[in-house]
Design a binder for this molecule. Structure first.
Ligand code: SAM
Length: 233
């Protein structure tokens, strides 16, 4: 009985409409990889020294060195208002709320999320982001990591970004010992970014991040410190 079903399936799959469907799915999964110019964290933020106050180590959260990058960029370039796409448990919003004001959105409510008084938390799907949120000079994109969402979030970020603003994307590099570029994230960034701005996209290899910053950097040696403050229970 099972064998007959299998052959029926094979027969059906040969029909043009199913072949087209399978081909579409294959093309959808096979997105190109875009490798941005690498720039070390020491070159982008020479002498960086950051203390990370609060950090979650759950799946999908930023690493301490990632948070040091966001905080370092905000402080060094004097940014005043951030937008985070993908609050999760609130670790990044908590750290950024300690140095400036901002808005953090998530399409889902998470239990035990931290609350910082400088941050406005909104339950909002990133595809519904509109100009009503106002302008931001630092945008951190860490929501849904599929190509379509990253492209949408990138386009929206450029609409809401102030002149000289900075955008950081998390998970541009995959987690793990050997850091490879994450294809759907890289393609979403590249194709969501206005073509004349693409030359300012960087990969910061000590982190999982890609950064848009309208500056040229030279590779430089410098000491970078990232300290994690752990509270005793
Ligand atoms: C990887 S986690 C974010 C981690 C957090 N930024 C951090 O570094 O600790 C991704 C979050 O994005 C949210 N998310 C997924 N798709 C979204 C969407 N379309 N709009 C808004 N939030 C979304 C998820 O609910 C999840 O909380």
């Amino acid at each position: 009985m099972k064998i007959i079903s299998f052959f029926r399936f094979l027969n059906a799959a040969r029909q043009p409409k199913y072949l087209k469907l399978m081909l579409n799915q294959y093309n959808k999964d096979k997105v190109p990889v875009y490798k941005f110019k690498k720039i070390s964290i020491a070159s982008i933020l020479p002498g960086l020294s950051e203390t990370i106050d609060y950090c979650q180590f759950g799946d999908g959260s930023s690493y301490p060195i990632d948070i040091a990058l966001y905080k370092g960029l905000i402080k060094r370039y004097n940014k005043k208002r951030f937008l985070e796409i993908g609050t999760f448990k609130g670790g990044v919003a908590e750290n950024l709320g300690q140095i400036c004001k901002g808005v953090s959105i998530d399409c889902k409510e998470w239990e035990n999320r931290t609350i910082n008084n400088n941050v406005e938390y909104l339950m909002l799907n990133s595809k519904d982001i509109s100009d009503k949120l106002g302008k931001f000079d630092f945008i951190f994109i860490d929501g849904n990591h599929t190509f379509e969402y990253v492209k949408n979030d990138t386009e929206k970020a450029f609409q809401l970004l102030e002149k000289d603003g900075i955008i950081v994307w998390h998970d541009y590099l995959k987690r793990g010992l050997i850091k490879e570029v994450n294809p759907p994230v890289s393609a979403g960034i590249m194709l969501g970014c206005p073509p004349d701005k693409q030359k300012y996209l960087y990969c910061v290899p000590e982190t999982l991040c890609a950064v848009y910053i309208e500056r040229e950097f030279k590779e430089a040696k410098s000491r970078v410190t990232c300290e994690l403050k752990v509270e005793n229970e």
